[in-house]
Write a protein that binds this ligand. Structure first.
Ligand SMILES: Cc1ncc(COP(=O)(O)O)c(C=O)c1O
Length: 541
């Protein structure tokens, strides 16, 4: 909506561009509003800037000279006094490391939410990544550096609580932090996701077709891979890869003992034998020094699982597989966003790279989805046939024994939309990993490596002999945590028949009792991260 069509705009000089305004809102003079949303009957005073992506609810009152920047959400019935300044980057810089002016993409934006009925006094400054709770009061001139609980009152610089919400303080001593919260991304981009759903319904193109092709091209471009083939999920990506490599009965495939069961499952699905290799407890990844011990003349492939977002050294693996004509499948289900130092993406150095887009993954769909990457034309053609009942250019001619692995168009479209923001979300994961790393450096915890392009931090996993105590303490504090994975596959009942007396993987068995993953997702606020850090440190104090 522009200034001509918006109702109740006072005469004067305004810049109003692409504002979705509810009914009966009032806008003052000399405002600069763009690409934002304002609810019904909200009043925006003069000399105010409201930036792109900001959402302001209904019946709010925003007084003159306030600055509301990108990343801010204000719920219904909030009062914002005169000259209130919101910020969205805690450590802003004018230039990047190369000394070049910062581009929009390099801005480290942290989101802030002001809950229903809160009141912010004139001249307050709100630091980024903060939640101002429902009905909370921020005194005039306060500098708010951490979240304000519902119905509390804070004043001063930095803002301190002078009045608590009596009801909530009786029940809750500290903030709980979810292990993952998908609702935050959905809330931030709901309009876009709804318009995708509408587009797919209007087109009635529900499976494969242009949406899937566009995602395949976009993801191939992101990876720098020649081909990407969209499939129904990550398990079937692995299955298609094994089939395309001609692996089946009497063949053996080396699989790490610590991975999600799907890696081994795909080997079973093609009728081959999964052979489990132990892990290196420092990285939790497959131990390449054990390859000679587990390989036999029947070994046809190795599935290198880039667990937790951290990459197996595929160059070193290639040096072992190439002279033996053994193929490499990269299971990159947990590692989208990781790149080697030479700039090559995860999933593109082996023969085939397999991705899962399960909703909780770094790049997650709104249901099941998967993808396969390869630079080999023949393998790509084979996998396209396998995806579509073994049928290619000619309808109802089935050239290969295969099945239905087709990707859903809605998932492809959602993934393409998320891909545009993907780098920023991986950047945030690395930033969180660094906050954890520096906060835990003096604790008796084994930590993941320092953040680099090689790690996408799908999960943040620490290891300690005190794992159970740490897990219990975090759970009692309402901090989400989980074990990936509590029982290695070579110990799983279903895989017993594949494991001989000499096939122990002692490091994987030990690791399973020592590992714990703590909250890690791009929408975690700094305040939540500080809460996780506090809770972890308490365990060892
Ligand atoms: C390492 C690994 N491989 C394969 C898969 C299977 O992917 P999907 O759940 O999409 O079938 C997963 C999913 O969690 C995984 O983590």
């Amino acid at each position: 909506m522009d200034s001509e069509t918006l109702m109740n705009v006072q005469d004067g000089t305004q810049c109003i561009r692409n504002v979705r305004a509810g009914s009966d809102c009032r806008i003052g003079i000399f405002v600069n509003l763009y690409d934002c949303e304002i609810g019904d009957r909200t009043m925006i005073g003069p000399f105010i800037e409201i930036q792109r992506g900001v959402k302001i609810g209904s019946r709010c009152k925003v007084q003159s000279h306030s600055f509301i920047c990108e990343g801010i959400t204000i719920e219904d019935e909030v009062f914002v006094g005169h000259g209130v300044i919101f910020t969205n980057d805690r450590h802003p810089r004018s230039t990047n490391e190369q000394g070049e002016p910062l581009t929009d993409g390099e801005w480290k934006l942290e989101k802030t939410i002001v809950r229903k009925g809160a009141s912010i006094g004139s001249g307050a400054v709100i630091l980024p990544g903060i939640e101002i709770g429902e009905g909370a009061v921020v005194g005039a001139g306060a500098v708010v550096v951490e979240s304000v609980p519902a119905h509390a009152t804070v004043v001063g610089v930095p803002a301190k609580m002078i009045k608590k919400d009596e009801c909530s303080s009786k029940n809750t001593k500290s903030m709980s932090v979810p292990f993952i919260d998908l609702k935050r991304d959905i809330a931030a981009h709901k309009e876009e996701y709804l318009s995708i759903a509408e587009r797919i319904m209007d087109s009635c193109g529900f499976t494969l077709g242009p949406e899937v092709e566009q995602f395949e091209q976009a993801f191939a471009g992101y990876l720098g891979a020649k081909h990407v083939i969209g499939v129904a999920n990550g398990t079937l990506a692995l299955y298609a890869a094994l089939l395309a490599l001609g692996i089946g009965r009497d063949d053996e495939v080396i699989v790490p003992a610590n991975t999600f069961v799907a890696t081994a499952e795909a080997v079973w699905m093609v009728g081959a034998k999964p052979v489990f290799i132990d892990i290196d407890p420092k990285t939790h990844l497959m131990d390449l020094t054990q390859l000679d011990r587990v390989a036999t003349p029947k070994t046809k492939a190795v599935i290198a699982v880039h667990l937790y977002g951290n990459m197996v050294d595929v160059d070193a693996l290639c040096a072992w597989t190439s002279p033996r004509s053994i193929r490499i499948i990269e299971d990159a289900a947990q590692a989208h966003g990781a790149f080697w130092e030479d700039g090559q993406a995860v999933g593109t150095k082996g023969d085939i790279g397999c991705f899962s887009f399960y909703p909780t993954k770094c790049l997650g769909a709104f249901g099941e989805a998967g993808g396969i990457a390869t630079n080999d034309d023949e393998l790509a053609n084979a996998m396209r046939l396998i995806r579509f009942h073994g049928s290619g250019a000619q309808k109802y001619i089935h050239e290969a024994l295969a099945t239905n692995l087709k990707m859903n168009a809605f998932q492809a479209a959602i993934l393409r939309s998320k891909l545009a923001r993907f780098e920023a979300s991986i950047h945030r994961r690395r930033e969180i990993a660094e906050m954890y790393r520096s906060a835990f450096a003096d604790l008796p915890l084994e930590l993941p490596p320092a953040a680099s392009s090689r790690h996408a931090f799908y999960v943040y996993t620490v290891a300690t002999d005190e794992r159970d105590r740490l897990q219990e303490h975090l759970q009692s504090r309402g901090i989400g945590c989980g074990v990936y994975y509590p029982i290695p596959i070579h110990e799983q009942p279903a895989y017993r028949s594949y494991v001989g007396d000499d096939d122990a993987c002692p490091q994987a068995s030990r690791d399973a009792k020592r590992i714990l993953s703590i909250p890690m997702f791009a929408d975690l606020t700094d305040e939540e991260i500080r809460e996780v850090i506090r809770a972890v440190r308490e365990t060892f104090e």
